[in-house]
Write a protein of this length. Structure first.
Length: 529
């Protein structure tokens, strides 16, 4: 007799005498079926039974638990979902293999292991992970409030180490991983889980495995049922952001106040996200390419922090520029606006007029043209604390503009001014944006994550730098060609001479940092007033 075995990810047909990992695989007799809903649930189940009995003796057909009885309230009103259980495992395999394509059913898959006959999954609760909550909370070595960041693989060694006041940030990388294990491991954290970081860079071509989309959908279903009241932050990394993915995440998205989404491309807009995340306060979205408009004309009252990263241009005469301008007009509550997007002088004027509460502003200009006018406009923002600006194409003879920027930033009495200059006119636009992201700067000023110290966080190649001064700070980053390759020995001297000239406005200088990457050098100068 043959057995159909499955581990929520891949399947096999084996002889009943064959050895297999019984902890990993379960014997399949139950299939998950999506069927066209032409009549009521009972009639659909009768049609399903008649159809699947062509492949063997069907023991049971039952409607998926939780499916709406009210047809009009169902998320998928035209689809009926049911479990079909066969008497023989080999018949279940026959039905599955014959109906993967060209089937009367919409979809046929092995049911998840916790639906399989003979398989029992313990209903894990918080007590499974907390053997004595009162003991932990009263023990001086356990703080009353703790934030822990862990990887999924660490959980098995930490089962007794979470009290009810612990908030967890869980990272889940999606290589080949058993869904049963994910569900068993994550569900006990429901009371503590605050943030999830999900890495979807997972591709599997094995014909006996679920597709990427099917696998991810099942994982997301598990996670959506495993988040509690503390959950408010989600970070997603993957190849593409689509409306289908957002649909799967809906129960989690509605809880969020923070969302970070990093993808190679996106087929959604901020308009879409606003409907999925009505309570969102902090949004960062990065994509190499955008297949839809970045923003649409909607008010998003909860949103105060918006970061848009990618290769775009918000010009007044472009459709994207007009829509983004309208979005700015409708959302004057925004306090942080970070966009690695080229903006023109008209967009800058609109931002300074319509965002009076702006505290942090990041923007990109193609050249130094009109930079004096831009900074004069920003000087009218009374609550502004930090400016991060990037000049993508600094031509020969324009490097001295760094000194002018330092002077104007000092007069504005900002806490921090950051200037990135790409002094490499021959580089293509994609390289310029890549360098922007590589040398992104994040300031930690009196925050818990760095023990209330003032820290400047650069890329992994540079690391973190602790700043002992509390006064205004100016950071200049210059990306240039490798003078060892070009033979332009004067270039090195020009960059350092220009940086030294900014010390008349910010006299406390730090040791310069030089980072070499392929055929370029990056110089980092940090000065404080």
């Amino acid at each position: 007799m043959k057995l159909f075995i499955w581990d929520d990810y891949e399947w096999r047909l084996i002889e009943d005498s064959d050895e297999y990992d019984k902890k990993k695989f379960s014997i399949v007799r139950t299939l998950f079926v999506q069927w066209p809903k032409e009549n009521g649930s009972e009639a659909c189940n009768d049609d399903i039974r008649k159809y699947f009995e062509l492949y063997g003796n069907v023991e049971l057909v039952e409607t998926v638990n939780g499916q709406s009885v009210d047809e009009s309230a169902s998320i998928t009103p035209n689809i009926h979902e049911a479990y079909v259980t066969y008497v023989r495992s080999s018949d279940a395999f026959m039905a599955f293999s014959k109906n993967r394509v060209n089937s009367n059913a919409i979809k046929v898959l092995p049911a998840d292991t916790w639906h399989q006959a003979g398989f029992e999954l313990k209903d894990f609760g918080a007590s499974t992970f907390v053997s004595d909550t009162t003991h932990h909370c009263n023990d001086p070595k356990w703080p009353k409030h703790e934030v822990r960041a862990i990887d999924l693989d660490e959980l098995s060694n930490l089962s007794d180490h979470f009290c009810e006041h612990t908030e967890l940030t869980l990272r889940i990388p999606f290589e080949k991983r058993n869904l049963k294990i994910i569900r068993k491991t994550v569900r006990p954290l429901k009371l503590q889980l605050r943030k999830l970081t999900l890495d979807f860079d997972f591709i599997e071509k094995d014909i006996n495995c679920l597709s990427f989309d099917e696998y991810i959908k099942r994982v997301v279903e598990i996670l959506c049922s495993s988040v509690g009241d503390k959950f408010c932050s989600l970070s997603i990394n993957g190849p593409a952001l689509t409306t289908e993915m957002l649909d799967n995440f809906t129960p989690m998205l509605r809880r969020l106040t923070e969302l970070s989404a990093t993808f190679q491309s996106t087929k959604v807009s901020i308009y879409d996200l606003r409907d999925y995340c009505p309570s969102l306060e902090d949004l960062l979205i990065f994509a190499k390419s955008w297949e839809r408009s970045v923003t649409d004309i909607r008010h998003w009252p909860s949103l105060t922090v918006l970061a848009i990263l990618g290769e775009m241009k918000f010009q007044q005469n472009s459709e994207d520029g007009r829509r983004f301008g309208r979005f700015i007009e409708l959302n004057p509550q925004i306090e942080t606006l970070e966009i690695t997007v080229v903006i023109d002088i008209h967009m800058c004027k609109l931002i300074t007029e319509k965002l009076p509460k702006l505290k942090i502003f990041t923007f990109v200009r193609e050249t130094y043209t009109d930079i004096d006018l831009v900074l004069d406009m920003l000087g009218h923002l009374k609550q502004l604390e930090m400016i991060k600006m990037s000049i993508l194409n600094v031509k020969k003879g324009e490097l001295w503009a760094m000194v002018k920027c330092a002077e104007k930033l000092r007069k504005m009495e900002l806490k921090t001014g950051v200037l990135f200059q790409n002094y490499d006119p021959d580089s293509v636009i994609a390289e310029q944006y890549d360098r922007l992201i590589t040398h992104a700067v994040k300031l930690h000023d009196d925050c818990e994550c760095h023990e209330s110290k003032r820290v400047v966080e650069f890329s992994d190649t540079v690391g973190d730098i602790t700043i002992p001064h509390d006064g205004p700070m100016f950071i200049a980053i210059v990306n240039s060609v490798n003078f060892n390759e070009t033979g332009d020995e004067e270039l090195f001297g020009k960059i350092f001479h220009t940086a030294q000239a900014t010390e008349q406005f910010y006299p406390n200088s730090f040791q310069p940092i030089i980072a070499e990457c392929d055929d370029t050098f990056t110089y980092i100068f940090i000065n404080c007033a």
